[in-house]
Design a protein around this ligand. Sequence first.
Ligand code: AHR
Length: 506
Amino acid sequence: MSKIIISTKNLQGNQSQISKHIYGHFTEHLGRCIYDGIWVGEDSKIPNTKGIRNDIVDVLKKINIPNIRWPGGCFADEYHWKDGIGSKNKRPMRIVSNWGGVPENNHFGTHEFFDLCELLDCEPYICGNVGSGTVEEMSQWIEYINNDSETTLTNLRKKNGREKPWKIKYWGVGNENWGCGGYMTAEYYSDLFLRYSTYCKDISENKLYKVACGPPGEYPIEFVLNWVETLMKKTAVSTFYHDALIHGISLHYYTRMGSMPSVSVNEKKYSLAMKRALYIETLITEICKIMDKYDRSKSIGLIIDEWGTWWGAEKDTDPNLYFQQNTITDALVASLNFDIFNRHCERIHMANIAQLVNVLQSLILTKGDKMILTPTYHVFDLYKVHHDSTLLPMEITTENFQKGRTILPKIHGSASKDIEEKIHISLSNIDPNSNVNIELLFTDLNLEMKQLEAAILRSNKINDHNTFENPEYIKPKKYENSNFKIENNLIKFEIPSKSIMVIEIK
Ligand code: AHR
């Protein structure tokens, strides 16, 4: 038996808003994410708009996709934006040195990325090149995108077919500069960040939200915390300037699973995946303690702009493509992450799963003109009710399950209230074998006259997944109301093993 207590009073006023940007995405020129994924080109037989697959656009609109980060990743550290504008047949051919040395024809560039964001009605988030790019190059990219007045770069943009500026807000100043972005020290990067950020100008009324490269979550915690402390010490003071130089610090943390492909997951690896996914809460808590020291008003956001499972390559696929199947185990990793992000929403302004299509923990897999939705997609769909809602305090008392030396609490979750006062509770039972009885109590809500509805995502085996032959094997189902018993203002029900539930109370 597990007990859940929820209060419908807000935690900390405005600061407990769950930003819809927590449910954001990441696309990189890696494997088949962009080419042969999102982008098929105008001449493709696959139905597309300006070269972008229509079926992908349709399913992403359904989950109210809030933003997309692009062009990388490590790819961003060697990307020169002028390669990706102008007539396609004149764009230079480059090598993607980080990802298998494959050729890059630059057919998907700035204009195509903004086309994608406009089709999806979502916010663009560009990661600029600090690793091998110059301050001037980054500053000119922003001018090309955002400027309206008559300049050479504005005219170039117009000549390339875009009259009005796009007005980007989210801007990353470097990617993984402790690694593929230049192997810099925290001190060196922090100084460089201030220099680059100074010349990432707000143009006209358009305010940029500038994200500094944060630490690698999988490194020893001392390294992680030193990176954050150094960056905060050197940059947080700028929040007192007229135009702050820093608005966010990124964190990259993968639930890294070694060489085993996702579909081979056994119970031992499954438990490890849950444990590693849950570790992100320790990271967030420790990082936030440091951020709080330098920024008590919590104006600087923690931006988890790469997260998700990283399994071994799928059988018979090129390991350089990072293509992985996606099982109910991945779905549970996603739900655990979201509940953690929701609970820390006062500091987490954005998060971006890696990656949207065909790479790592994807929402969508494609094969020729076919497309399937993964269990992870369905978690995004179920959790969209939390977008821009108010976090509600929730206390969970639950028993543990054990596999070998791994001992973990069975039930995890978060709750929020939307603008129509509807309450949503997301819950996961990560016990691979046992269902759990739940007693849910509201401290200050009378359930008489309230309606209850719930959906559930579950499967029998930890490696169950959707395939091109059986694309709807795992998808959300209605959780029948007859399964709920309401007694003395207490909601009693059972949550099956390996399942994710979202309950609506209105
Ligand atoms: O998402 C794949 C890669 O993982 C990204 O390019 C890089 O930033 C990270 O190491």
